[in-house]
Design a protein around this ligand. Sequence first.
Ligand code: LMR
Length: 334
Amino acid sequence: MRGFAAVLSISFVCALTAGPVAAQAPIVIKFSHVVTNETPKGKGSLKFKELAEKYTDGKVKVEVYPNSSLYKDNEEVDALQLGAVQMLAPSLAKFGPLGAKEFEVFDLPFMFPDKDALKKVTTGPIGREMFSRLADKGILGLAYWDNGFKVFSANHPLKTPDDMLGLKIRIQSSKVLEAEIKAFGGVPQVLAFSEVYQALQTGVVDGQENTASNMYTQKMHEVQKYGIITNHGYIGYAVIVNRKFWDGLPADIRTQLDKAMAEATEYANAISQKENDDALDAMNKSGKITFYTPNAGEMKQWMTAAKPVQDEMAGRVGKDLIEKIRATIGTAGK
Ligand code: LMR
C-alpha cells in the first residue's frame, strides 16, 4: 500500500514538474467538392474521412467541404495546385480546361454502354496512363469514383432530339459536351454547378443534363417539369491530391491513407447506382417532374444524332485513345 502511495506521489510530482505533454497537431486534409453530402461523391468523401482518421489514429484530420462551400467547380483545381486544399474529386469533364483534354473522352455521348465498361477503363492501364498525364500539373490521381449516367430535363416534354431544338442547355465546361448539345440541336451554356438551380429557376437556361442524384440533391426537379432517361453520357470523378503535399507525408501515414482511399472507393462505387435509382424514384414521387423513358425508335434517334460527335472530337481527345477504349470494352467497329 505504501509502495502504491509512493508511485502516486511520484507521478503527481512528475505531472507538476514535466508540464503538459505537447500534443502533436494533426495533419489536415481539406477535401472540397461541389455536390451535397447525400450524393455518391458526398458519401464517398465522408467515408474516406471516417476511415482516414481511424486508420491514422487521429494523426490525420479530414475536413470535408461539400456543396461548393469552399470553392466552385471552376475554382477548385487552382486551389489544389496552390495548396489551399489538398484533395478534390472533380468530375472527369473538369480536366479539359486544365489542358488534360483526353479526360473529355468520358463525356462522349453513348461511348460507354455500362459501368462495367467504365470500370475496365478506369481500373486498367488506360486509367493509370491518364492519371500519369496529371503529374506535370502538380496533381496525383488516387482513384476513380462513379456517379452515373445522365438524364436531360427541361420545361417542355423531351422525347427526341427534335424537342431540344433551340433550347439553352447548361453543361459543364467541356468541348465534348458543347459538341454533344449542338448535335442534339440545343444551345450549350457553360455554368458552374452551384449556379444551375437558379439559372433554371429564372430561365437563364431552359434545361440541363446531369445524373438523377445530382438533380435531386440540388432540387432541380422543383424547377423543371419534364425529364427524359436517355442515359446518354456519364459523370464520374477523379479523386486527386496536391502531389507535393502527398509526397511529403510520412510513409506510414500515406500507407494508411491509401488503404482508406481504396476502401472509400469501393464503398462509393458500390452505392452509386442505388443512390441514382433512389433519387429518380424520389423525383418521380414528388409529382413536380415527369420523367419519360424513350422507346427503342426514339433512343435510336438520340444515338444517331450523337454519332458524329465521336469523329468530330477525336482530334481533341485523341483518336488512339478512343480506339484503345473501344478495344478494351468490346465496342470496336460497332
Ligand atoms: C456538374 O457540374 O454538373 C457535376 O460535375 C457536378 C459534380 O461534381 O457531380
